[in-house]
Design a protein around this ligand. Structure first.
Ligand code: KE4
Length: 432
């Protein structure tokens, strides 16, 4: 398989773009080799500059629940673009997307849009701090909430992949206000509240952690966070940027029946265009400027093109009664099939999946937090990643990322993927 055009494209990019990429994880640092440059996508298939085609399980890191270039999304964006891309003034499209979110996400009464998930989580924390008049927050090691300073302490995703979960440039003052505890460790959260009973503004959690690879909450873990925040007067924030509309129509909060005070969203609600959102209880959200005093703004917040893509996506989700069942069946088919293939080749692994998110960890031990996730054999993952890439399957270029399935994926795609995994492991194991 030739990747010559990607290689020269990377050289070109590196001369004018720091690191040759505009988001770190795309550089393939965790898996080695030259990043693949893409030029088009259709449904479940993505095509690179050398015209290699891949079954895509990255799906732009989650946004493309309906697959690449879904006709309804393309048409909506084209139609919106023909009327003008941005006005810096309110449009009804923002209200329409907000109404769809409010109608489907159980705890959300009011919404504010941003242009990224990072802006959404950053703003939600500011709102929680302003609302409670407190400064500290609790986050979980390995959870990733975007690239704002507050969260780059024991962060997941590409911060973890690159081995800099505590990024240079984050000040001691910022770090001092971010208390980090292990995911799934409710006792550690209780201890943090006991030590800082009047100081914690918010607990922010990925309710299903997708940025260590997919790590699911222990039974009652989320309920305990809810109870502790009630007891100590802190704001519970579910960062559902990745899980929102991905694991269920109403996200984890619908699936597990735990209602946060604030929710952050992104990815799927923009249908592949730049978008984020934070929302929740009206009495909290109404403290935002201009009605309140807690500041929020953004030039392209609620951008008409992003709203159009999001509206088309959420309407498709709203109107497809069997969507989540079909995605769940396909995802289970993939994970169960991979389990059989890994067993056949004697490869130690643990598979997790929820809705249409999944991860195969190359470790024999259960993965329940960052410490256990870090035991995974990342070198083996890198070899598996490239062996699959060579066979036309595009997995996340890091062990510490989740994989995704879209409504465009078929049983045939899954079977092709499993055949590729069988051949890839035969190659790896025989050459070991
Ligand atoms: P963005 O600023 O990248 O739109 O969203 C940040 C964010 C916030 N919260 C959660 C739970 C997230 O997963 C993310 C971003 N996810 C990563 C994938 N692990 C984006 C991929 C990238 O960094 O390029």
């Amino acid at each position: 398989m030739s990747v010559e055009r990607s290689i020269s494209a990377y050289t070109r990019a590196r001369s004018v773009i720091a690191g040759g990429v505009n988001s770190s994880v795309r550089a393939f640092k965790a898996v080695g080799g030259n990043p693949v440059f893409m030029k088009s996508g259709a449904g479940a298939i993505i095509r690179d500059l050398d015209d290699n085609e891949y079954i895509d399980y990255v799906l732009s890191w989650g946004p493309l629940l309906l697959g690449h270039a879904h006709p309804a999304v393309v048409k909506a964006v084209q139609h919106a673009a023909a009327r003008g891309s941005s006005f810096g003034a309110p449009t009804e499209a923002e209200s329409e997307l907000a109404e769809l979110i409010v109608s489907m996400v159980p705890s959300v009464e009011r919404v504010r849009f941003t242009s990224s998930g990072t802006e959404a989580t950053m703003s939600a924390i500011r709102l929680a701090r302003g609302y409670t008049h407190r400064e500290k927050i609790v986050k979980f090691a390995g959870c990733y909430h975007g690239s704002s300073d507050t969260f780059l302490i024991s962060a997941g995703s590409s911060a973890l992949t690159l081995g800099i979960p505590n990024s240079p440039g984050v000040t001691q003052g910022t770090a001092r206000d971010t208390l980090v505890v292990p995911f799934n460790d409710a006792a550690a959260v209780a201890h943090a509240f006991e030590r800082h009973p009047e100081e914690i503004a918010a607990v922010i959690v990925e309710p299903y952690a997708g940025n260590m690879g997919l790590v699911l909450p222990a039974p009652r873990f989320l309920h305990t966070l809810r109870d502790l925040c009630n007891e100590y007067g802190a704001v519970l924030i579910f960062d559902e940027v990745m899980t929102g509309f991905r694991v269920a129509r109403g996200g984890v909060q619908e699936r597990d029946g735990v209602l946060p005070d604030l929710t952050t969203l992104g990815k799927v609600i923009g249908g592949g265009l730049p978008v984020g959102a934070f929302g929740g209880r009206g009495e909290i959200m109404d403290r935002l400027t201009p009605d309140g005093t807690i500041f929020h703004a953004g030039t392209l917040s609620g951008n008409p093109l992003a709203m159009a893509a999001g509206i088309a996506t959420l309407k498709a989700i709203r109107d497809d009664a069997t969507l989540y069942e079909r995605l769940s069946v396909l995802t289970a088919l993939l994970i169960d099939g991979l389990h059989e293939v890994f067993e056949k080749h004697g490869v130690a692994h643990v598979g997790t999946h929820a809705g249409s998110m999944f991860t195969a960890f190359f470790t024999p031990d259960p993965v329940v937090d960052l410490t256990t996730a870090m035991k995974a054999d990342t070198a083996f993952y890198g070899r598996f990643f490239h062996a699959m890439l060579d066979r036309g399957v595009y997995l996340a270029p890091s062990q510490f990322e989740a994989g995704f399935i879209s409504t465009a994926h078929t049983v045939r795609d899954i079977r092709t993927t499993l055949d590729a995994a069988d051949a890839a492991l035969a190659e790896i194991v025989s050459s070991s």
